[in-house]
Design a protein around this ligand. Structure first.
Ligand code: TXA
Ligand code: MG
Length: 318
């Protein structure tokens, strides 16, 4: 009998952490859990390591990555800080908020990570394992969501493994992501802050701290290519705001009005629960071979805004 000598791909605990640290320090890529979605990480200061992220993800090089750091001080070593950043960081870091700020002169993050822009998207994650990885590697970690370009973000280690297979040799398993939707991205390089990507922190929550912010227009598509029309897409086709599915469609329900027995993002109609279940539910329906999904209406307030944003992009054929 042949014994498989290959080290396990999905690994947790202190053993996993140690392998992940060594891999990052050696310039390799490692997938790891955060509170939002799994990230595909590498040392942000190492050009070759960052290039591996783009290659593995199949991501166009004009699309910059988020850089993760341990705390506000580490952020201040990389980007030029301002009052809005101060207020938002105090309110939401560590947590699912990404701030786009000007790179400091001499900022040691690879220009590849910021796709040649003079700005950097930065965030301080709250997930315990992500934080342990950041403190043990002692470097900023560039990490987009750990999915192939254009596909849904993964919220479990298994999803990451299904996405990349042997192409990715190390996935640091910190369990299912508590939030399930990516971080909110806010551009603080303009006079008035602009929401580039709706996410786990709602517009209302941000507004309560720095006042109302502008939402991205068509023009900012290039600025934050994560705003591309078709994105976050399952293989199945999606039809939105459906109450009565037609033949051949699987209904994805929301709230108590969904028929009994239907797949339901949140039977209680709780948007946080729906956000947490969102990508994993679409992924599981996809894996089961369903070709047509019909999604019940989801309110657009609070977290529903980000969920509807993902749904629109997932359904887009542009
Ligand atoms: O929750 C998250 O944010 C996850 C976890 C792993 O942290 N990461 C994530 O990364 O979703 P990614 O690469 O899939 O999305 C990053 C978004 C993209 O929309 C990108 O265009 C935008 O942030 N972005 C990055 N750097 C930027 C910059 N300098 N200016 C404008 N937008 C930027
Ligand atoms: Mg992504």
């Amino acid at each position: 009998m042949q014994v498989d000598q290959k080290p396990q791909r999905v690994i947790s605990g202190s053993k996993g952490l140690q392998r992940a640290r060594l891999a990052i320090q050696a310039g390799d890529i490692v997938a790891f859990s955060t509170e939002t979605v799994y990230g595909l990480g590498a040392d942000a200061t190492n050009n070759q390591a960052v290039a591996k992220i783009f290659k593995t993800k199949g991501r166009p090089r004009f699309n910059p990555l988020i850089v993760h750091v341990l705390n506000e001080n580490d952020a201040k070593n990389l980007v030029s800080w301002n009052t809005a950043a101060n207020k938002l960081a105090r309110a939401f870091w560590p947590g699912p908020l990404t701030l786009v700020l000007p790179r400091l002169p001499g900022c040691k993050v690879s220009f590849l990570a910021s796709a040649g822009l003079d700005t950097l998207a930065i965030r301080v994650p709250s997930h315990n394992l992500a934080r342990k990885l950041l403190s043990s590697t002692d470097c900023p970690i560039a990490a987009p969501s750990a999915n192939k370009f254009g596909r849904m973000s993964p919220t479990t280690a298994l999803h990451v493994d299904e996405e990349f297979g042997p192409e990715l040799t190390l996935i640091l398993d910190g369990g299912p992501c508590a939030l399930g939707l990516e971080s909110t991205v806010v551009d603080l390089t303009t006079k008035r802050p602009v929401l580039l990507r709706p996410g786990s922190i709602t517009n209302e929550e941000i507004g309560a701290v720095i006042g109302p912010i502008a939402t991205a227009t068509q023009h900012s598509k290039i600025k934050s290519p994560g705003m591309l029309d078709r994105h976050y897409a399952p293989k199945a086709s999606l039809r939105l705001n459906v109450n009565a599915p037609v033949d051949g469609e699987v209904l994805v329900g929301f709230g108590p009005l969904a028929p009994d027995g239907a797949v339901n993002l949140s039977p209680a109609g709780d948007l946080l629960e729906a956000a947490t279940n969102f990508f994993s539910t679409l992924r599981e329906l996809d894996s089961a071979g369903n070709k047509k999904l019909a999604i019940m209406p989801i309110p657009t307030s609070g977290l529903g805004f980000a969920i509807n944003d993902r749904l629109k992009r997932a359904a887009s054929d542009a």
